[in-house]
Design a protein around this ligand. Sequence first.
Ligand SMILES: [Zn+2]
Length: 128
Amino acid sequence: MAFSEKDLAKFEELLLKKRKELLDEMGLHGERFTSTVRDATGDLSSYSYHMADQGTDNMDRELAFMFASKSGRLVYHIDMALKRIKDGTFGQCQGCGKQISKARLTAVPHARLCIECKSAEEEKKAGR
Ligand SMILES: [Zn+2]
């Protein structure tokens, strides 16, 4: 693994701090959210699919609420990053599988993509 336990602890701290700021900003108290998101699957596509499919479920309402705001989506990405710390896949680019640089992760600890994949993604978006 590319990051030491100490590095991971530092990233986790950054993520938790950011998460708390966001939840405070949204006027939410973290506890319920924590259990909801932690129990859910880490796969974003099945997540959205599930949401669309069973919109009446209580948990889905919370998720829909979360996804309705930019801060909420960021909380979700932070939770996924925290999950990756536990999984041991933190810092791995989800586009090309390469290691994301420590500098980038320090700036954006919830980053899913390395700089190259990120700019490729943004170019694709801009070109649409
Ligand atoms: Zn990449």
